[in-house]
Design a protein around this ligand. Structure first.
Ligand SMILES: [Zn+2]
Length: 553
């Protein structure tokens, strides 16, 4: 199968070089084969192998692996002939804080006139704080059940209507109404209003003192164990000038069982949870109080985004930003004597793709008119922090940022006919994907599990949040190979590697699919670099408004 693919590329080469003879004029319907063929397997494999080798210690921020990785990326950018992306530097420093929160008392107690309910830390609830203060103390805060806790004017929804939650603690359901009623929101496709990060942000905007999310395995798409383990160690956050005073005093989760008991204490029927799924639901005060007191152990440190630019020939102020996170999980719990979480697919592959794409732009017969920025961000695994810092401290004005094309993991299973856009239906970048994919004989699909909100889970999302259209595209599922035996053994060998010590390069990798996907990423950005227009968000996107504001600046 590999041979067939190579042959196809051979034909493409011939055709397109013919088309370019005689007139050196850009045409979006052709492929610049010289540029495309600059993206190749040998250097790609070399870089992925190097970055995911044990020497790089799993590339965790603030470790020796951090220094080695950012220096490696800087050297690559230099040797590719890219200019420094931040003045005369290839680095953007990202100041961060690590907070280790512990409740002063392991029990959390809810009280009202008729009785009390005490629940156990980790077993029944978790709680933490983003505020950079050593002690948090919330006394006798009133509980209010606010359903989904969503304010979405474009969907005619406001769970905080006619209720003042200042100083109170809100009990909030995960997900959004579309999950339960296909006529609401975007039906099965989760909107940002369904993400737990949104719930915390909205409660803070409403002035609540605390938030407790009701865990629901089905709606959250992960079990209580994931919540629990995610809330036990220290949490990394960006340093903030306000010391995060705009966050609620505490954030946390309670189990479904705790919620049942809490409603029983309040003398409220559990059917409130179902009522909250319909339009017109009104928040319900529970006439129950709780007190929370926490200690925060705070440490400051910083890591770096690595950034380079290839200046455009006509509109150098307008930038298209390719991103890939360079960080991974570092050294952790040993499995069969191996304790290094190498992160080859996640995301040495994406970083190495940045280098290949830079090579292609350099090789292009007609130089890009807009500038191309290559941004390798830090601390994605800790909560998309490096990209969040960039979006809040953009080096290139957001009003001149055309789009973000984000690469986070590629499939080593082999070349596929299709490609998959995570969270399809958000932006007009998708039209570029369709055009470029068609040129390469490929088809475009949405992701398999839109209700899990994958669109909100990688670095492009921080661009989206500030109104810059972002693309998160991954490998498809229709393998071109007809050798099922080989495919099956590959699939078996590569299964279960996500976030494990086995995410490393070995003989089971087929690089053809990765190369093809990177070529597609290149062509999308290349076509865009020749355009005059800015891709927009689609009319039904929850980010359309902020995007319009960004362009007006
Ligand atoms: Zn990743």
């Amino acid at each position: 199968m590999k041979k067939t693919i190579l042959l196809t590329w051979g034909i493409v080469t011939l055709l397109t070089s013919c088309q370019f003879i005689g007139h050196n004029k850009y045409d979006a319907n052709t492929i610049d084969s010289t540029a495309l063929l600059a993206i190749e397997k040998v250097s790609l494999a070399k870089n992925i192998s190097a970055l995911s080798s044990n020497e790089f210690l799993g590339r965790k921020p603030f470790t020796k692996g951090d220094t080695l990785t950012v220096n490696y990326i800087e050297n690559q950018f230099k040797s590719l002939g890219l200019s420094p992306g931040n003045g005369d530097s290839y680095f953007q420093e990202v100041p961060m804080v690590s907070i280790k929160t512990a409740p002063k008392i392991k029990e959390l107690t809810f009280t009202n006139g008729s009785g009390k309910l005490s629940v156990q830390h980790l077993e029944d609830y978790v709680v933490g704080s983003k505020r950079l203060q050593e002690e948090i103390k919330v006394d006798n805060s009133e509980l209010v059940f606010v359903g989904f806790g969503i304010v979405a004017p474009e969907f005619g929804w406001n769970d905080y209507k006619d209720i003042d939650v200042k100083g109170k603690t809100v009990i909030v359901m995960v997900s959004d109404p579309g999950k339960y009623n296909k006529n609401l929101f975007k039906a099965d496709t989760m909107t940002y209003y369904g993400r737990w990060t949104y719930k915390f942000e909205e409660a803070a905007r409403q002035g609540a003192a605390g938030v407790l999310l009701v865990h629901d395995t089905d709606a959250a798409s992960y079990g209580w164990n994931v919540v629990r383990s995610g809330w036990t160690g220290p949490q990394l956050n960006l340093e903030s000038q306000t010391n995060m005073a705009n966050a609620t005093e505490f954030e946390g989760w309670i189990t479904a069982e705790t919620t049942e008991k809490l409603f029983a204490l309040a003398g409220k029927p559990l059917s409130l949870i179902d009522e909250a799924k319909s339009k017109g639901f009104k928040a319900v005060p529970l006439n129950v109080k709780t007190s929370v007191s926490l200690t925060n152990e705070i440490r400051k440190s910083s890591s770096n985004n690595v950034i380079a630019i290839l200046k455009g020939s006509k509109e150098p102020e307008e930038v298209i930003i390719y991103t890939a996170h360079w960080d991974h999980l570092g050294v952790g719990e040993a499995v069969d004597g191996d304790s290094i979480y190498n992160g080859a697919i996640d995301n040495a592959a994406g970083v190495s793709a940045l280098f290949e794409i830079a090579k292609a732009f350099k090789a292009a017969k007609i130089k890009p008119e807009r500038s191309i920025v290559f941004l390798a961000v830090t601390a994605e695994e800790e909560g998309l922090l490096g990209s969040s810092y960039y979006a809040e401290h953009p080096i290139y004005p957001l009003s001149k940022t055309v789009a973000n094309l984000n690469m986070d993991a590629f499939s080593p299973l082999g070349a596929t006919k299709d490609v998959s856009i995570v969270g399809i239906g958000q932006t007009e970048i998708e039209d570029y994907v369709m055009t470029s994919a068609a040129k390469m004989g490929r088809t475009v699909k949405g992701d398999n599990n839109p209700s899990s909100g994958g669109f909100f889970r990688s670095d492009h999302f921080n661009f989206v949040k500030v109104g810059v259209p972002g693309l998160f595209m991954g490998s498809g599922s229709e393998l071109l190979s007809t050798d099922t035996a080989e495919t099956n053994s590959r699939r078996k060998a590569l299964a279960g590697r996500y976030h494990s010590v086995n995410d490393e390069v070995d003989e089971n990798w087929d690089f053809e699919g990765i190369v093809a996907d990177i070529r597609l990423f290149f062509d999308i950005g290349y076509v865009m670099s020749m355009e005059k227009t800015f891709p927009n968000f689609k009319p039904k996107s929850e980010f359309k408004e902020i995007s319009t504001k960004r362009l007006a600046k």
